[in-house]
Ligand binder design. Sequence first.
Ligand code: GLA
Length: 392
Amino acid sequence: MIMLQPNAPLSDLVADAHRRLSETFQVQGAVVAAAPGRVNLIGEHIDYCDGFVLPFAIERYVVFAAKANDSSIARVASEGQETVEIDLTVEQKISEPKWSNYLRGVIQGFKDRGDRIPGFDAYVVSSVPLGAGLSSSAALECAFATLMEGLVDTALRTSEKALLAQKAEHDFAQVPCGIMDQFASAFGQQDKLIYIDCLTNEPEIIPFSDPSLSILVANTCVSHDLSDGAYAKRRKATEDALKIIGKQNWREVTMDDVLEKEDEMGDPMFRRARHVVSEIQRTQEAAEGFKKNDFSKIGHLMAASHESLRDDFEVSCHELDLMVEIATKIGFEGGVLGARMTGGGFGGSTVTLCRTDDASQIAETLHQQYLEKTGITPAIFATRPARGAHLV
Ligand code: GLA
């Protein structure tokens, strides 16, 4: 009857990476780096609109073990993936296999800083599910950037590392993402939420350590691909809307400004703009709610955020709506404090804030009813805010 998936301890992943490195390349690992995925509690699709976001790093990690190899070539292996060989002496370009581009982007970032990366052999393992809206790519970029710090023997400021990882995603994975995922993966702290002001790139730490509260992540197991253009299209619509509104940034925009330009914007641009302004407001209120333990308020804000993403921003899907609906029906009496989709959308995961005593029962209900209605087995796990990218 166990419906909650366990989180592998980081030490197990580290041991696994060491073992596989030595099996694959016959060397013992000297440098080990880890970085987590993230979930976002609220503030969706507004990190690229000067908004606020409230994510935290999860107990799911990408781990690299590596050893310098006296050459100018990086060889990176991973289970089920083609081993990547990268010439570190040349300017990096987008290339095959696809997953190597995250590595190439980060390498180029260090080269642009003037760092000389020595040749190395590496093995990467991960417990961050792919395509689940939990930022497996940011975890990969941040873990690899941390590995580069170890190999080069340098230390970047945390925000510099996150921005370097974001640039890799922009230039090499060609997803025009905001800063949320890389910031959450880089700045994550145990038992802390990361409240990020995306206008100033300043993270503020909000404690989340009450053991009577839990967070469930429910992966609908419906996959999305943010590079298919839908994400870029949403971002473009917000940029066009801001031009029509005529303000410098979204923080200066009020709902009256949006309503005033409704006709000029037309549909769906007007609804995209309405989401941005309302979500910025909700996220600020939710951050206050977390500081004051006002869970009834947080629950309402999470519900409104989901509705806005579903109806105005149109990045939800049937499976996400269903998972949120099941959680919402369980309700406060059943221990659910709030639920919504999390991450980029078009599939992926939901986040449910709940009482710890009820977490197993809630997970079971989500699992059974979702399976019954869709025929798809979801993957549900509980997580607490975890430590961000670090050398192990
Ligand atoms: C993806 C992007 C983030 C953010 C979210 C939506 O995860 O990488 O920058 O825009 O979608 O909130």
